[in-house]
Design a protein around this ligand. Structure first.
Ligand code: TYD
Length: 211
């Protein structure tokens, strides 16, 4: 484990519409019955008061807002640094299991996808802030972009990120799959399956990791 920490950071990743939120609700129910005080649930961008303010800046749905790529990465990293320093690091020191809805793989997949120079920029700045810190386990919910987009269309959300198109999500998915090939901490889960089956599978993966 990194940084002499005693707990675990478990991140959840996947393109929008992969069923991540439903899965996390199911996991909460399970872990609230079992091991209640050991778990903390959090999300990115956000997770602390300060980081949630940056989240609102990022997700603002105004039509005329479009940040430079590097600005967007810096905002995400600013939010992550607040979150990591104030919430994640202390919780891990206390031995908690931190369940985090999105973390570094989102930034690589969404902001850096297919662009090596952006990836380098992200990794360099990130290493100044959180060194080589990575989750202990990452659950990647994988689903075809077409299927995910059909699910998103049924929801009535409308933040800046919800306006993206099929091609964008196809690229994000490919980048996630490339990450999964590189890092053994990432566990691939077929998100097209039934929600109960997925929850059972993921609970097993988590229990395996923390036992
Ligand atoms: P949210 O409504 O929470 O979506 P979801 O339930 O799918 O997680 O919005 C989070 C959005 O932020 C999501 O579209 C992905 C995006 N995001 C990035 O683009 N880069 C990042 O580094 C992070 C953490 C999130």
């Amino acid at each position: 484990m990194q940084n002499n920490k005693k707990g675990y950071l478990i991140s959840f990743e996947g393109i929008d519409g992969s069923g991540k939120s439903t899965l996390i609700i199911n996991l909460k129910k399970y872990f609230e019955k079992n091991l209640k005080n050991k778990f903390i649930y959090t999300r990115e961008p956000g997770g602390t008061k300060e980081a949630e303010i940056i989240r609102n800046v990022l997700l603002d749905a105004k039509n005329d807002i479009s940040y430079e790529n590097k600005t967007e990465i810096l905002l995400l990293l600013a939010s992550r640094y607040e979150h990591y320093t104030k919430l994640i690091k202390p919780a891990l020191k206390e031995g908690k299991i931190v369940i985090c809805d999105r973390f570094i793989d989102s930034t690589i997949a969404y902001q850096c996808n297919n662009n090596d120079s952006l990836k380098q920029f992200f990794l360099n700045v990130s290493s100044f802030l959180i060194k080589n810190f990575t989750p202990d386990l990452t659950i990647l919910l994988d689903i075809k972009a077409e299927q995910a987009l059909a699910r998103i269309k049924k929801r009535n959300k409308n933040n800046r990120y919800d306006k993206r198109k099929l091609d964008f999500y196809k690229k994000v998915r490919q980048e996630y799959l490339a990450q999964e090939k590189k890092f053994s901490r990432i566990s691939l889960v077929d998100a097209s399956k039934n929600a109960d089956l997925i929850s059972k599978q993921v609970i097993e993966i988590i229990l395996n990791k923390i036992s």
